[in-house]
Design a protein around this ligand. Sequence first.
Ligand SMILES: Cc1ncc(COP(=O)(O)O)c(C=O)c1O
Length: 347
Amino acid sequence: MNYLDRNEFNFEPSQKVLDAIKNFNPKDLCFYTRIYDQGKKSVISVRLSELYGVPEEQVLLGYGGEDILKNAVHYFLMNSDLKTILIPEFSWWYYNRIAGECGGEFQMYPLHEVGDTFAYDVKEVIEYTNRVHPRMLLLASPNNPTGNSLTPEEIGEIMENIPSDTMVLIDEAYASFITSDTDYIAPLVNKYQNLIISRTLSKFYGLPGLRLGFGFIGKGHDQFISYINKYLGYNRFSEAVGLAALESDEHYRRVADEMDWGRKLYKKELGDLPGFKVYKSVANFILIKYPLEIKEQLQKAIAAQDYKIKFMSDKGLESCIRITLGRKEQTQAVCDTILKVYNDSKK
Ligand SMILES: Cc1ncc(COP(=O)(O)O)c(C=O)c1O
């Protein structure tokens, strides 16, 4: 089966990752880590602190980005009279699910379709946040499934103009696909105590099965940090593999560059067909609008090829598919299948 439905990684792990797995000492699993004797959470939070220039105390670790998001949403909604989380109109279904799990409510702010992309209207996000006064504002950059993102300046503008008791969580699961520049993160989390930026090794670093997410939080959240912390340490195998992935940027950047071939193919082959629209892609997936009348045929044809892609069901995106950017032959196969189903429908 070819899985192109959940933004996973259809390429090879880096040599450093393979070596770390091969050379891992199984006896390390017989003991908890001792790094907490030095007042640190993990070897990986120490490394992330060096790489991102954020003090280790402000580095968050979790079982994937999902764990960081869940812990933050649960903690901040449960410890406040404000129970609302404000999320983008089209976004990962998980955001409102976790708010619901702890008795919170969600409201949505709009995203706007502009040309071949979607966009945040920063002024409107600020206006919604002041009007709703949520406990949390969720921004995803790039957003899944629409792919739009925020610049550091736009993040700063939002932070300057919203209530200081609204915690802002920026989900940057896909951010490394846009740029390897991470220098903007430390100044932002140092300046704004109500900011969390969450990242993961699941997307750019291609290790969704490892379940390792990380994040950075503004100063002064000792209670939340102790809430999310694991007192007996983190999975030592994941730590070793994660460290190797963080040293493999060159490999993963090459893979990310390869994905551009797929973006161009979809655009070239489908972009001008009636009823289709290929949205701008900046992450490891691409959103494509297609004529809804071919949905059933397309679902059958894709399944018959042993492929999975995501047929969107979100209100407003029912006529879209989201496809993970995979290897060339996978992209070619999916693109050919879409074309064939479309051409057959015209006969
Ligand atoms: C927008 C977004 N954030 C976070 C995640 C979480 O990924 P993980 O828990 O594997 O880090 C995903 C996974 O698909 C995602 O799409």
